[in-house]
Design a protein around this ligand. Structure first.
Ligand SMILES: [Fe+2]
Length: 438
């Protein structure tokens, strides 16, 4: 199956208010009568016109009213009919075991009916109608892994001074506010909430658990489910430079894992110490700069592997990968940049000198004022960022100068993306329903 188009991207500037409008391409369409065709999911689709159809060999070649095309294989169409023995009408999941597909399974007839649906009949007796708008969403690439997520907005210090900021108490109580916040988070890789309640603030629940519970499942690590960042080094397995007043250079957490945590939440319960500002750098901007301006460094960072290893008495996590891991096409960017756990070159010895030069250059750029922004942590602030894209750090501070207590947690990309897609779907369906009744 191939399509000849991709999801159009909007061209927006980086400002806290410039979040993606999920309604930009939504079209209202009542799903009633003969246009009521169940789709293999729970989305609502406009009734897009099929303007051309050709059955050739094992493919049905479709053309839509906007000129897009889709070459759909017969067996995929057979799996996509919502009926018993194909796509289950209740779960909308496939029920056809590929081991049971007859070698000669084929279409006996295919046509566009007078209402515009694709009607199909197969040699095994399966018949059905397929929604043209659902077929069209595949033709334009809206079924891909990055579907229903906002386009990534790469930022630098020249285009963004502080994270996009939203009211935490509104996000706690409103799905729409949560959707807008998550949309900004996925677009810029960072977003901030204010007025998030700490411990024991009247009847309000403790904010970090309450916010993350509204999104998905937290990712627990050897630091725990929700952990504290305080300037108090203890001799146990939770020891970390984070629990001191030392500067933390720009880094990403836990590159020792096969898949480092996707997002990090940091909630400031109280901060009265001078200094200790947060520092953030969009790694996507650094990667783009290196690819365009410093190709030798880019090549070394994307191809030469290091073994990342946590030197703990109680744990032994390790993983080998490049500092800039582009993954397969379409993967989210994964930056492995935490020198305390970058332990061994995993490359031909002849490549080690240029690997070190590239690592040095990457960390220089991570702290370069052209890319890095800084801001103070205030009581009630919660900053959330893509731990695999955005480098984070902090200035040094004097632990004796006051109290500084942050609470942190992780959540994988999958949880955030799923929650945002569902919130966006509900928002669009409410909007469409509103139009349908006007
Ligand atoms: Fe960190």
């Amino acid at each position: 199956m191939t399509s000849n188009n991709t999801t159009p991207e909007t061209d927006t500037h980086v400002t806290p208010d410039a979040v993606t409008d999920p309604l930009a391409d939504a079209v209202t369409e009542p799903s009633t009568g003969t246009r009521s065709v169940a789709t293999p999911d729970f989305y609502t689709y406009p009734w897009t016109g099929i303007t051309g159809m050709e059955h050739s060999e094992a493919y049905v070649k479709l053309t839509f009213s906007d000129g897009t095309r889709l070459d759909a294989h017969e067996w995929w169409l057979r799996e996509s009919v919502v009926t018993e023995g194909a796509c289950d009408p209740t779960t909308r999941e496939g029920t056809l075991d590929p081991a049971d597909i007859a070698d000669d399974l084929a279409l006996t007839s295919v046509a566009v009916d007078p209402d515009g649906a694709l009607t199909v009949a197969f040699t095994d007796g399966t018949t059905g109608r397929i929604h043209p708008g659902w077929l069209h969403h595949v033709a334009v690439g809206r079924h891909q892994a990055n579907a229903h997520l906002p386009p990534i907005e790469v930022w630098t210090a020249a285009t963004m001074n502080e994270p996009p900021t939203f009211d935490g108490r509104a996000v706690l109580s409103s799905d729409d506010e949560l959707r807008v916040f998550l949309d900004a988070l996925c677009s810029y890789g960072i977003a901030r909430l204010t007025r998030v309640p700490g411990e024991g603030e009247g009847s309000m629940p403790e904010g970090l658990a309450a916010i993350t519970d509204r999104i998905g499942v937290r990712r627990s690590t050897n630091f725990g489910d929700i952990w504290n960042v305080k300037a108090e080094i203890r001799d146990n397995s939770e020891n970390s430079t984070a629990n001191s007043g030392l500067r933390l250079g720009p880094h990403t957490d836990l590159p020792t894992r096969e898949t480092p945590p996707g997002f990090q939440f940091l909630h400031c319960w109280v901060n009265s110490v001078p200094g200790g500002w947060s520092r953030m750098t969009d790694g996507a901007a650094v990667v783009a700069h290196l690819e365009a301006e410093e190709p030798e460094t880019y090549e070394a960072l994307t191809t030469l592997n290091w073994v990342f290893f946590n030197r703990s008495r109680e744990h032994d996590h390790r993983w080998s990968g490049p500092m800039i891991d582009l993954g397969v096409p379409g993967s989210p960017l994964t930056i492995r940049a935490f020198y305390p756990v970058r332990a061994f070159p995993d490359m031909d010895p002849v490549d080690v000198p240029r690997a070190y030069r590239a690592a040095k250059r990457f960390h220089q750029l991570g702290a370069d004022p052209r890319f890095e922004i800084g801001y103070p942590f205030r009581d009630g602030d919660m900053v959330v960022f893509d731990n695999r894209r955005v480098l984070h750090g902090r200035d040094a501070f004097d632990p004796g100068g006051g109290v500084r207590h942050l609470r942190g947690s992780y959540m994988d990309h999958d949880e955030i993306y799923s929650r945002l897609r569902v919130l966006t779907r509900h928002h669009q369906q409410r909007h469409q329903s509103l139009f349908a009744h006007n």
